[in-house]
Write a protein that binds this ligand. Structure first.
Ligand SMILES: [Zn+2]
Length: 229
């Protein structure tokens, strides 16, 4: 594995954006056609960034930022010699064309990590997102399920909160369920205090889950081509 930098983009597209996306598909297509007719757009790479991971979800409140932050830290811990950056961006809102490769902007094609929770509503938008990325031929690294289960602090008994819908969705889509992150109030506490749980409690179940996720993302990135600059 030979990457010097990973840019991890957090993007947030709210339901609003999804609706907009659906409503304006033909609009996008005609815009894309128009721009394509001027000649093929250049896919611009970001100087110094070899690989990009997009942490995406179709819905707010599923722990996307927490996942991105802890994943970034885990990737750095796993690859101390490499530089990991974190970019908070909204690639669905005002900048759909960017994703559609219709303008000269950095194109996020390296790999998407979908973040969801197991509730039905979240799974539905995750499915839409996954189908969209597959249509755009953006490789989907896998799905991360937050609030997967709770672990009893007394007996460590693990209890599933909403069933196994995420697993079913992943297998229907042919996408790996990369990691199931248990619900723990500590995650929120540490995120709010500016200390990712991977650093604050490195041996906790959550931290270990993020580190395993980081390893799986690294394995995926090792199979992907890198920007040459
Ligand atoms: Zn118990």
């Amino acid at each position: 594995m030979l990457f010097r930098g990973i840019k991890s983009g957090i993007q947030s597209f709210a339901n609003r954006s999804l609706v907009r996306l659906k409503a304006s598909r033909s609009e996008i297509e005609s815009k894309q056609k128009e721009l394509m007719s001027r000649g093929l757009p250049k896919r611009k790479s970001i100087t110094g960034v070899n690989q990009i991971v997009v942490v995406a979800s179709g819905k707010g409140g599923v722990g996307k930022s927490t996942t991105a932050v802890n994943l970034a830290v885990a990737l750095k811990l796993l690859n101390p010699n490499k530089t990991v950056g974190l970019l908070d961006t909204d690639i669905f809102g005002p900048s759909i064309p960017l994703m559609m490769n219709v303008q000269e902007s950095p194109l996020l094609t390296k790999g998407v990590l979908l973040v969801t929770t197991p509730q039905k509503a979240a799974l539905q938008v995750t499915q839409r997102g996954a189908v969209l990325f597959q249509k755009l031929e953006v490789p989907v690294i896998g799905i991360v399920e937050n609030m997967s289960h709770v672990v009893c602090p007394n007996c460590q008994h693990s209890s599933s909160l909403y069933g196994h819908g995420t697993k079913d969705l992943a297998s229907n889509l042919g996408i790996s369920l990369l990691q199931e992150i248990p619900l723990d109030p500590a995650i929120t506490k540490y995120t709010d205090s500016g200390k990712p749980v991977v650093i604050a409690e490195p041996d906790s179940v959550q931290a270990l889950a993020y580190k395993t996720l980081g390893r799986r993302v690294c394995e995926f990135l090792a199979t992907q081509e890198m920007n040459s600059n």
